[in-house]
Design a binder for this molecule. Structure first.
Ligand code: SF4
Length: 1002
């Protein structure tokens, strides 16, 4: 690229900048002006989507003689309208980077160096290593709860990654992994947003962000909690600023003052890990002061439903708790059912045992005194925040990892769902809950089930309790069994028939009580049972909590296969400074992938929009697109198994892989979309899928992306009838191109918009059909309001309502079979405040010791590696997160010189008061230690994180970025050597946002 350092600083507005930048992006005219010098004449133009934060910004690249010569924001893309932040623009260095691996590499056991090898050799070694680990460690049966279960899987092989590759590559990876019988399957969402899908699903029936960036302009209040959107999602902020310009108020709630606080009208600082206490007060305030939207909750929620009278909650523990297992039996968390097995409803909102009356009782304990003591906020601020929340409507709530990365992550987000349902803010323009994803394709890698507990489309992966299609259907419902059968048809083709349960039994079975997450994987590697790990675009050596555990696990494996753009810390773990490579006997195969600009495919952003990435420059050196590497790898694996007659290998032979070399990506996307097998035509949407084996769809929620043979992800239409910012003909949004999920809730019982000034969908009586500027979120567009199908605002929950209380509930078909089952978080049907596992104080809400921290958390799991620090030894609370200039593990950004110049090393931020106490000045080296390790970094002293008085004691919070390691152009210690790997019990996401440390001058 011809952009000079000076140009870069100028265009990003960074000349003379200190540690970090605001990153609101640069305007198209500025880029255009700079571009004049670039001699673009004769260059080929292509469009793509940015690599980083999942805002999904469009870029335009220019290629000359096979090389990228310019990269800028795409002005027709509604997400960013021509702007790019420093990271997005800085990526222009990557296609021509000298730091990239240009050939496959091999590190022999005990060696201290890499050797270049051919692709044939690399693929052969990788395929054979996977086969060896699988064959030598095959588990045909397992005794689970005293019963011998046919599990046909391997626990010796792990598959990690997917958040940085395209949709088609995610789909290839999950097919490969499941065919090999792998259960250790995970992607970066485990570490970032694993808590989001179950929390949203428990309330609304789907697990994703409810609305779209363009909708923000309708909000009157934008509530940002647990996110530094200005630095971590800059183009999300650009859309927020549109609302601010329209007069919206902005509230920022976080653990320190950031650039996001700077643009907010109100900033509230709380102690890390205490959001539930704060939000619990606001819920109580709404109920006590009747600030809920009574009409909305009557029409759309389970507020009037009556709960079982044996549901109890005492001293922080819900009914059904088994202290030995740290688990609940959820049976008592259900409704009082009528003779038709449907939830009974009361006429009076606060009749005994209604959801609303039990909520009132539950949250009344969150008094101003208690909440102030827990959070460190003043009572005045807490009350002010509650009043602001109730003053404006519609309100959108936006969050990121400040809410998700806790041992109560799911229940944190559940608070948002309750607040938004109470205030009538879901399914209406300007409302919603925006889960801001942090990796370019982390939304889709989750959609595609690159997580141990899912198959594509959020279908549960079989366990010992659901190891036949019949048992699976009973648990998940006939509604979802239809999608599963379509996936099995896509995977097993003609072999899948109703007679053989569509090949369901070819798929392995996991043990429901085993932790198959990336955390369980490295713990079992440390125990010696995981032999081979395949990583694709993920660097857990830097991004996992308690990273020392990752290193120790890698050292015990036979083979690590790393597919990435750069040789990162995980690929080169054997060369960690201070270690002796000769002692490490793991072989490592490195497969050089090319950058996103060098390959084509589709990608899904935070708002569920699927967009097309064109091919730009030629792959650097011998690097290859991931889809091509995947093809080579799978074809080799199949070749190795071609003569096998062993039943365990049948799935490998049966798994479809009908992708031409020239059109691999398009062929895969068509398979994902699905076919009518009777006509051979691509299906146009979910509604065309059948459960009798006459249709197929690799992932039902994307059915329609290639509808009518049109590649809808490629569309760039600018039409926006209604002016709602929807742009329905730009890309394609799952499901069914619905942009505002649950939009049926914006209409009354007659199907007419409650707010005619913001109409989005409506029942058109003349046409006998639901119409709208957005696709109506109804199961059947001809189902009139007043009919059962036309009156389900939250049609994806079993009840058809938004769930304030996440009751245990299965909706039954007339024949008694489960139609759909609603999700209930394992740690409670209502959120409850618990202290972080490492906390500086006692839980002020409960005296029961079992409720000090989340009673369902099991920690430590490996006591010699997972010590819980006490405040006597480690008196300060550490919170860690990202910054504008570096991203995730830093594998990419620390190889962009411009970004390194802006922020060149990690640091710890502390208040002046703490610095004075420690005798530390800005720039001093300090040692930050926890019960798991220590790092030495520079001190940054600011006023941004003030000490708080917690339950009567002054408490200091410090903050660190985490994106460093020993590789790349900018090196530095990894913060995650000190963070804690205590996990949310629903989804095994770690508590990055709160642990205890000590600090001393180094
Ligand atoms: S990093 Fe995020 S905000 Fe920045 S250009 Fe890329 S997608 Fe847009």
């Amino acid at each position: 690229m011809n952009l000079t350092r000076r140009d870069f600083l100028k265009t990003t507005g960074l000349t003379g900048v200190g540690l970090a930048l605001a990153g609101l992006g640069l305007d198209m005219p500025k880029v255009k002006a700079a571009a004049k010098d670039f001699k673009l004449k004769g260059a080929r133009e292509f469009t793509s989507i940015c690599h980083f934060c999942a805002c999904g910004c469009g870029v335009i690249g220019y290629v000359k003689e096979g090389k990228l010569i310019n990269l800028e924001g795409a002005s027709d893309n509604p997400v960013n309208r021509g702007s790019l932040c420093s990271k997005g623009l800085g990526y222009g260095q990557i296609p021509n980077s000298d730091q990239r691996a240009k050939k496959p590499l091999y590190r022999a056991p005990g060696s201290d160096h890499w050797e270049e090898i051919s692709w044939d050799e690399a693929i052969d070694k990788a395929a054979r290593a996977m086969k060896k680990a699988r064959d030598e460690n095959w588990k045909q049966t397992e005794v689970i709860n005293g019963e011998t279960v046919d599990v046909h899987r391997t626990d010796a092989l792990g598959f990690i990654g997917g958040s940085q590759i395209n949709n088609e590559e995610c789909y290839q990876n999950i097919k490969m992994a499941r065919a090999l019988g792998v259960t250790y399957i995970d992607n970066q969402t485990r570490v970032c947003h694993a808590t989001t899908p179950p929390a949203m699903n428990a309330a609304f029936g789907r697990g994703a962000m409810t609305n779209h960036w363009g909708d923000l302009k309708h909000s009157k209040l934008i509530w940002i909690e647990g996110s530094n959107i200005a630095e971590c999602h800059p183009m999300g902020l650009k859309n927020v600023m549109k609302a601010k310009n329209n007069g919206a108020k902005i509230v920022h709630v976080d653990v320190r003052y950031t650039r996001t606080s700077k643009i907010a009208d109100y900033f509230f600082q709380l102690r890390p890990g205490t959001d539930i206490a704060f939000l619990g007060y606001i819920i109580s305030h709404i109920i006590e002061n009747k600030k809920y939207d009574e009409d909305y909750i009557r029409r759309n929620t389970n507020a009037y439903c009556i709960l079982r009278d044996d549901y109890k909650f005492e001293e922080g523990i819900f009914s059904g708790y088994d202290a030995e297992k740290h688990k609940y039996n959820m049976e008592t968390w259900g409704y009082a059912l009528g003779p038709d097995k449907k939830p009974q409803k009361a006429n009076d909102l606060f009749a005994p045992n209604t959801v609303m009356s039990r909520m009132k009782e539950h949250f009344s304990r969150y008094t101003l005194d208690k909440v102030s003591g827990i959070t460190g906020m003043s009572k005045e601020d807490i009350e002010l925040a509650a009043k602001i929340f109730c003053e404006y409507s519609p309100t959108v709530m936006m969050y990121a990892l400040g809410m998700t990365q806790h041992t109560v992550g799911v229940e944190n987000i559940r608070c948002f769902t309750i607040l938004q349902l109470l205030r009538g803010n879901i399914g209406v323009p300007g409302g919603g809950i925006d889960a801001m994803r942090g990796q370019p394709n982390v939304q889709a890698s989750t959609d595609f089930g690159i997580m141990f507990q899912y198959l594509p489309g959020y279908l549960s992966f079989p366990t010992e309790k659901t190891n036949t299609l019949e048992k699976w259907t009973k648990a998940s419902g006939t509604f979802r069994a239809k999608w599963l059968k379509n996936m099995l048809k896509a995977w097993f083709g003609d072999y899948a028939t109703p007679e053989n349960d569509f090949g369901f039994n070819l798929i392995g079975v996991r043990n429901s009580s085993h932790n198959d997450s990336i955390y369980g994987l490295f713990e079992d590697a440390y125990r010696g049972t995981v032999k081979c790990l395949y990583l694709c675009g993920q660097n857990p050596h830097v991004t996992n909590a308690n990273a020392g555990m990752v290193h120790d696990g890698l050292c015990k494996m036979d083979t690590v296969i790393a597919q990435d753009i750069f040789v990162n810390e995980t690929a080169e773990f054997w060369n960690r400074p201070g270690d002796n490579p000769a002692d490490i006997k793991t072989e490592v195969i490195f497969l050089p992938a090319c950058s996103y600009l060098e390959r084509r495919g589709t990608i899904t952003n935070s708002m569920r929009m699927i967009q097309w990435r064109m091919e730009g420059p030629k792959p650097l050196g011998d690097s290859k697109p991931d889809y091509e590497i995947n093809n080579l790898l799978w074809r080799k694996i199949r070749e190795l198994y071609k003569d096998s007659t062993d039943s365990k290998d049948e799935i490998i032979k049966r798994m479809t892989w009908n992708y031409s070399d020239d059109h691999t990506v398009e062929d895969i996307l068509k398979e994902i979309n699905g076919y009518d097998l009777t006509t051979g035509k691509l299906v146009t949407g979910i509604g065309q899928l059948k459960d009798d084996g006459t249709t197929s769809s690799g992932m039902w929620i994307y059915a329609g992306v290639y509808g009518d043979g049109e590649h809808k992800a490629q569309r760039r239409g600018q039409e926006d009838e209604g002016g709602l910012g929807i742009y329905p003909n730009f890309g394609w949004t799952w499901p069914d191109n619905i942009h505002l999920l649950y939009n049926r809730a914006s209409c009354d019982e007659k199907g007419q918009p409650v707010d005619p000034d913001h109409k989005i969908v409506w029942w058109d009586a003349a046409k006998n059909r639901w119409e709208g500027y957005d696709v109506p979120d109804v199961g059947n567009r001809s189902a009139a309001p007043g009919t059962p199908d036309g009156n389900k605002p939250f049609r994806m929950t079993g009840e058809g309502y938004g769930r304030l209380f996440a009751a245990e509930y299965s909706d039954l078909n007339p024949n008694g079979m489960t139609r759909d089952h609603s999700y209930t978080p394992v740690d409670g049907p209502l959120p409850e405040f618990y202290e972080p596992v490492e906390s500086p104080t006692k839980n002020a809400l409960h005296t029961d010791e079992r409720a000090q921290f989340n009673p369902c958390v099991v920690y430590p799991r490996l006591p010699e590696k997972q010590r819980i620090g006490t405040k006597d030894e480690f008196p300060y609370v550490l919170c860690s997160s990202g910054i504008a200039e570096h991203w995730c593990s830093g594998t990419v950004t620390r190889n962009i010189s411009w970004l390194n110049e802006l922020v060149k090393e990690p640091f710890v931020e502390m208040s002046h008061k703490l610095a004075d106490k420690l005798g530390v000045k800005i720039g001093d080296n300090v040692k930050v230690s926890s019960a798991r390790g220590n790092v030495t970094v520079k001190a940054m002293v600011t006023d941004r994180a003030q000490p708080l008085t917690i339950n009567g004691e002054e408490t200091h919070m410090v903050w660190m970025p985490y994106s460093w390691g020993f590789k790349g152009l900018s090196k530095g210690p990894s913060t995650n050597y000190i963070t804690i790997d205590a996990l949310d019990p629903n989804v095994q996401e770690q508590e990055f946002k709160a642990c205890l440390v000590n600090i001393a001058k180094a």
